[in-house]
Write a protein that binds this ligand. Structure first.
Ligand code: CMC
Length: 432
């Protein structure tokens, strides 16, 4: 017999069904609550609301567990690469060798960007935010691939494989183009024979007279950074993708909205904010205590960037992997980045401080990812766009779940209205 919870309201009892996930996660199903009781569930920021059922990522924030399609993140980080993990996140299984080749080929075929789209980019001032440029380019994709982006789920799902490959491959190319455009450098075309990450580095750093060939450590580090961002359950931007997708919007449009959500400093923009914080500690010759003291003031604008997480209350498993990788990558590349030492010192100081300990605030993935990206040669203003490349498989697979759910509904939360009650319109002359 299925379990129920009992809600008592004004002496009346209402049974509410309990839903249980495959990892034992339990939820009280409140979908009929308003109809049966006249009440809605109030949960500002949805922090305690299951907005969907999903088979993609399992996250247990209390125990620092993250698994994609059942595979623990540390195993994927150790044995997989970004493209294989992207395939896993999107299609639900690790690819066979034949499927891996097909997927790689589809990504390669869709790497180049139309000349017309280059003109869109050239319409931006070079000082524009790279995330604004990226979301604009992605939102323009339906204009160039109208037959894959019809805003009709049935039709769009028939062309899903190609749309997914376009999204992943072109977002990477867009990021390289944005970098070069801002630097006043000519665009470099993708090379068909290069692996995904090497091709990105080629489009970023080659010039017409000298090809950039990354050392294996750099390719590996880039793969790791992207892989660690591949998906992360119902975070702000992925939920945005699902919300926009639920209106029957096509994949590209939904992803563009997700990229906008990612740009904020409390989400994807945190990796930039962390580096700015570490840099100013370095420039001021401070030991970080000023930032720690300010963060403890409790005001949002002073938070210790790269610390805390909406879901992890123990540690962020991605932070541990990337923190360890920082040491290895910098050592192998012979780089001595003073910001790494500052980050480590800051982490130790915060972890000894009762403010952070009592609130269970630990470093998150963004605390160290900027240091690795800097070692690879990615400039700070491009960090959040790197997060967007990495997160593209998560956006794609979440959109697919929405589009292929025959019982799906448009996302439409309720609210508790706290504004003025009804009043009569006053003509201008009577307003004082
Ligand atoms: N520095 C100082 N205080 C903090 C911080 C921080 N980084 N994060 C949370 N707090 C405080 C918060 O003010 C609250 O204090 P109090 O109980 O006295 O009111 C308490 O800790 C609990 O906060 P919370 O409910 O855990 O925080 P949240 O769920 O509202 O916010 C967060 C989560 C990630 C937005 C927040 O921790 C933060 O702003 N961190 C810094 C930005 C950052 O690194 N973001 C990247 C997140 S990981 C990448 C991603 O998925 O986007």
């Amino acid at each position: 017999m299925s379990k129920t919870a009992l809600l008592k309201l004004d002496d009346k009892e209402y049974p509410l069904p309990i839903i249980e996930g495959t990892e034992g996660e339990k939820a009280i199903d409140t979908r009929q609550l308003r109809v049966t009781t006249g009440h809605v569930a109030y949960d500002q920021g949805y922090g305690n609301t299951g907005s969907c059922e999903s088979k993609i990522t399992f996250l247990d924030g209390d125990n620092g567990i993250l698994r994609h399609r059942g595979y623990p993140i540390d195993q994927l980080a150790r044995y997989s690469d970004f493209v294989e993990t992207a395939y896993l996140v999107i299609y639900g299984e690790l690819p066979t060798s034949a499927r891996r080749k097909e997927f790689g080929l589809l990504l390669r075929k869709n790497a180049a960007v139309e000349t017309q789209m280059q003109k869109i980019l050239e319409g931006f001032p070079t000082s524009a935010s790279p995330m604004a440029m990226l979301s604009a380019l992605v939102s323009a994709l339906p204009a160039y691939y109208a037959d894959l982006a019809t805003n009709n789920f049935e039709k769009d799902l028939q062309n899903f494989d190609q749309a997914a490959a376009i999204a992943i491959s072109k977002i990477r190319t867009f990021v390289a183009m944005i970098y070069r455009y801002q630097k006043g450098l000519p665009f470099i075309f993708p090379k068909h024979e290069l692996p995904f990450c090497d091709n990105f580095l080629h489009m970023m750093f080659s010039d017409p007279y000298q090809e950039y060939v990354p050392v294996p450590e750099v390719s590996k580090a880039l793969n790791l950074v992207l892989l660690l961002h591949a998906d992360h359950e119902q975070n702000c931007s992925t939920s945005t993708v699902r919300m926009v997708g639920s209106s029957s919007a096509n994949l590209f449009t939904s992803m563009s909205a997700g990229i906008c959500a990612l740009s904020g400093p409390l989400h994807g923009g945190a990796n930039v904010a962390v580096m700015q914080m570490l840099q100013s500690i370095h420039d001021e010759g401070d030991d970080g205590s000023r930032f720690i003291a300010a963060a403890k003031s409790g005001t949002k604008g002073n938070r210790l960037m790269g610390f805390g997480h909406a879901v992890y209350r123990n540690f962020d498993p991605r932070a541990k992997i990337i923190g360890d990788a920082c040491d290895t990558v910098l050592t192998r590349l012979g780089i001595n980045d003073p910001l790494l030492a500052i980050a480590k010192h800051l982490e130790q100081a915060a972890l000894k401080d009762d403010y952070f300990v009592s609130r269970k605030l630990y470093p998150n993935v963004d605390f160290y990812s900027g240091i690795i990206m800097r070692a690879i040669g990615i400039p700070m203003n491009m960090f959040t766009t790197m997060f967007a490349i990495g997160r593209s498989p998560g956006y794609i697979s979440n959109w697919h779940e929405v589009a292929s759910n025959p019982k799906g509904r448009i996302y439409r939360p309720r609210q508790i209205y706290t504004g003025a009650t009804t009043r009569d319109y006053l003509p201008m002359a009577q307003r004082g």
